[in-house]
Design a protein around this ligand. Structure first.
Ligand code: ZN
Length: 434
């Protein structure tokens, strides 16, 4: 029986999952309580937090110890009565693999039960490589990561994939992502399950990033947040009252066509000033060139998702490194580069305000492959604009910050999708008890 009043009503059907379960609903609830207390929790405290009886908690904790999911973490004493044994998650109890299919690079990580990265590997996407080749290489990298970690395969719960949208969650497929040309209804979930022998779950990269932020404690409890994922394109991961919001089909958070103000670059949708266009690294490189900040002759590969090679002052560089040069100029105080990035930041702030107003969230979080380059400008420009503009400002503070997870947030999030599905009462585990 569910233990919190709020969850007894959560009987609607959630997305399916083929991950193996680690026990019943109550066991997952107990595990979640212990996970939330890194220093350890006594059985008595678990009973108080979950509302379960002492006997039920005792039985579940014995099972969790037998399964190697929790471990003893010393005694809690001092007061009257005998000291209580503390329990905490056993990091090496289980593991999860995360794979991030980025338009520029495929990253594979292995996470322990705490969500910490214990092994990692990445590989640039070769121009012209098709989905079959990319997924075969990803499977090789998964094997290599597992081998390098020394972890037995049976301790790995599953493999999560973070991919650019749109996705077909039910089919586990990516569907024509604009930033991955040639990926037309590719059944990523089934292909990787066949090649790795692991259960696989697939979500959009922005959803995975939001799950990573939650799993790391950046958005805790029943917190609500918008996670702006800044990569080749821009997307938003939504956390509403402690739950990631996937929408009807796993495709929520498409913010690329939010119009961010007057003027701005023309967009493929026919409007001007769309967030996806005005904040895209490739667009900013073009603008930098127009403003005389450098010479970048982007070749025909540009059309293939921003993977262009560029000729920069006589030497070859990728579009991403040309963008890095523009950002470095801004960080060094070049007024033209600063103006360029500040305009992108102001436009992003406008989109952030619209989303905060629409959803009434308490946090705006930035992350993704481009974040480290934009961080200085964005954290100077965006927070004051958000705080002075949002409707809820008089009611509650709105925090604007960078991710607590780091540059691999989508890959880590892909692994967290597995941990979340297997070990968190927030997700499909509800189906077991209803
Ligand atoms: Zn547009």
């Amino acid at each position: 029986m569910p233990v919190t009043a709020g969850r007894t009503t959560a009987t609607r059907v959630r997305r399916g999952s083929n991950l193996p379960r680690v026990g019943d609903y109550n066991q997952v609830v107990v595990l979640e309580a212990i996970r939330g207390h890194a220093a350890g929790l006594s059985r008595v405290e678990v009973a108080v937090l979950t509302g379960l009886s002492a006997q039920t908690v005792s039985n579940i904790c014995r099972r969790l110890l037998e399964q190697g999911l929790v471990e003893e973490a010393g005694k809690q004493g001092g007061g009257p009565g005998k000291p209580r044994t503390l329990l905490r998650l056993k990091p090496e109890g289980r593991y999860a693999i995360g794979v991030h299919l980025d338009p520029a690079v495929v990253t594979v990580v292995m996470l322990d039960l705490l969500g910490q990265v214990v092994a990692r590997r990445d590989r640039p996407l070769r121009p012209g490589a098709g989905p079959g080749q990319v997924l075969a290489e990803a499977a090789d990298d998964v094997d290599a990561v597992i081998a390098s970690s020394g972890v037995e395969r049976e301790r790995i719960v599953g493999l999560g994939v973070a991919a650019p949208g749109p996705v077909d969650s039910a089919a586990g497929a990516v569907v024509h992502p604009p930033n991955l040309p040639g990926w037309d209804r590719v059944a990523v979930r089934d292909l990787l399950a066949a090649s790795t022998g692991l259960p696989v779950v697939l979500d959009k990269d922005v959803v995975a990033a939001a799950v990573a932020e939650m799993w790391a404690g950046g958005v805790g409890g029943t917190g609500s947040a918008v996670f702006f994922y800044l990569g080749t394109g821009v997307g938003a991961g939504l956390v509403l009252r402690g739950e990631v919001h996937r929408g009807a089909s796993g495709n929520s958070g498409e913010v690329g066509h939010l119009v961010t103000g007057r003027g701005g670059a023309e967009c493929s949708c026919g409007l001007a000033g769309c967030l996806g266009e005005t904040s895209a690294p490739l667009h900013l490189v073009h603008e930098a060139q127009r403003l005389g900040l450098g010479r970048w002759d982007l070749d025909a590969g540009e059309a293939a998702g921003g993977q262009a090679s560029a000729v920069v002052a006589g030497h070859r560089a990728s579009a991403a490194s040309a963008f890095a040069e523009v950002c470095a100029l801004a960080d060094a105080g070049d007024p033209t580069a600063v103006g360029l990035l500040e305009d992108a930041a102001r436009r992003t702030a406008k989109a952030a305000v619209d989303l905060v107003d629409l959803l009434d969230v308490e946090q705006v979080v930035f992350g993704g492959p481009m974040w480290s380059r934009l961080e200085r400008t964005y954290l100077r420009v965006v927070p004051p604009l958000v705080r002075s503009s949002v409707v809820s400002a008089a009611i509650h503070p709105v925090e604007v910050r960078g991710t607590v997870v780091g540059a691999d947030v989508a890959a880590v999030g892909a692994g967290c999708l597995v941990l979340e599905d297997a070990f968190s009462p927030r997700s499909a585990t509800l189906l077991l008890s209803h």
